[in-house]
Design a protein around this ligand. Sequence first.
Ligand code: PMP
Length: 702
Amino acid sequence: MIEHWGLRGELRRLPGERDENYLVDGRHVLKISRDSRALLEAQTRVLDRLASTGLTQEVVATLRGERLVECEDGRLARVLTYLPGQPFADVPTASLRSVGAALARIDAALDGYDEPAFRRDFYWDLERAPTVVTEPRMLAVYAAEVAPRLDGLRRGLIHGDANEHNLLVGPDERVTGVLDFGDMVWSRVVYDPAIAAAYAMRMAGDPLDVVIEVIAAYHERFPLSEDELAVVYPLACLRLCHSAAVAAIQQARDPSNAYLGVSQEWIRRVLPVALAVDPAAARERLHAACGKADTLHRRRVLIAPSLSLSYADPLKIVRGEGAYLFDEAGRRYLDCVNNVAHVGHGNPRVLAALAEQAAVLNTNTRYLHDTLVDYAQALVERLPEPLCVCLFMCSGSEANDLALRIARTVTGRREVIVLEGAYHGNTQAGIDVSPYKYRGRGGAGRPDWVREAPMPDPYRGRFRGPDSGPAYAREVERLVASPAAFICEPLMSCAGQIEPPPGFLPSAFAAVRTVGGLCIADEVQVGFGRVGDAFWGFETQGVVPDIVTLGKPIGNGHPMAAVITTREIADAFANGMEYMSTFGGNPVSCAVGLAVLRELDERALQENARIVGAHLLAGLRAIESPFVGDARGRGLFVGVELMRDGAPAPDVADRVVNRLRSEGVLISADGPDGNVIKIKPPLVFSRENADELVERLRAALE
Ligand code: PMP
């Protein structure tokens, strides 16, 4: 003792499950462990880290002197400072909130920290409980409540054993110390507070009330997600069942070790009461106690149910910056899907332009204003001849609606040709020309004035391979009778990130024009440099449309949209009926639009899309996974089609999307079969962002 730690004194044996523990001189604890050196060294680093974050002495013990000393029998010894206080088990009036608070401080300090040694198969890992627990009611609750949410539960390094003997209570009845880091494991973060709450149930009272007090205090310091809160009560019950099951196994092996049965008597008493609580009621009360359900609940009451929420565990995003979004707990998410924030979330230049103009004037297009013509000029300069006349509105849907109306007015016809799987907007006309909607759930089917051409998908469509463009164009030609218009996205988004094979649009446009129809390019998703090689999607096919519709990225989140057409068509549309949009083309929107274009130019974001997009696609194509059927795209418009045994795998896509969300990366899945991972991040996306996405996707697919 003197040689290694400078200590002298009589040793007094303390209780312990696996370690031999001795009190030395009243102020230190000698621990002799059977655990491997790797595990103990990792534990040492964790304690040092906790000490470095200011938890020293307040919550956890610190190591003294030599870290690890090998005993004659090969076991490893170390000395920790002795934390004063009474075991939680002996203080019936101890503060339950202080249990949650103390553990949250530890878990917050460990957030983002990893020790490979703790990525282990460990019998006390709650993840393993369902394989040893036999209690039928518990297993039923687990299957209904926990299993479906498992993928959404964050992983992390946890203490893993905040039981009633590992918590020390001070004179003020608050938890002052947490002992025993020997059960640390890389598992689900929520297991830690669930385990603490489980053992706190010993302290009488209603089990659910006890759990709520512990968890609410934990959540205050280290917020839990909606899913984590939903499962924490069943998990607390699961820990009691787990403890009972492990104790039964161990006692059968070693009947003489009294410590093993230390919790069993009260668990037998409390468990039936705990399991009698309705899981849905527990979930609701936990959500309410943690202020989590408030927004969701109010949304359900106040907002129409046809609006959907992303993810099994909805996100509450409160802030954005560049390619990142932040939730209310300050957690950062890499945004790989919100193409609207084209020049980055919270872009300062766009914000300044908006604020400056809004402070001076916002009116409508019935007055002269330079921003309107400046902006129209800036747009027209980026478009090929003869596209030179603009109309403004507030959404992509309105833009397509107007484009269809223009085509019908100008041609005097009604019929419209669309592509299978396409989406063009939420107005009545938008839905009418969107197979994605009218064939989808709740859809009324194809209107008689709409013709549908096959989706030009060279990977899984009717014709395959890079030379299939003309074959798809012939299908459009076959449908041509006397159309007002052919509307299409030059690269299809909702349809599953599909780039038509070369030659498709030139032949299709020619066929439509031969019979007097107009060609509308919906650039709402793909315009403004996203595809990297070109500023507009239609340029990748070498065509010039008659009408172009713009939206989404045009205002970086400010609601604006545009239709741009030829002088001839614009004049023919001016048949006496005024086109008026109260908000379209207002000075604030035009100032925003100009700022977006300047930002694109000055930061060379189209070039960034080209370079980072190519790097991203190469990374995606290098993923070796039987699930990756096809990785495709241009610039920062990319798709990964997931397949299993030659069939679409929407279940895999769904799991991947939710798993990446739990790891802080946002993507989505789309396409007629829901099996295409959509990637269309803000154009400020960096190489490092691309590498992170590829790495997470690779890991998830494993
Ligand atoms: N066109 C395309 C191709 C779209 O993807 C969308 C929106 N997803 C729209 C039009 C409609 O745009 P908004 O929702 O802004 O009205």
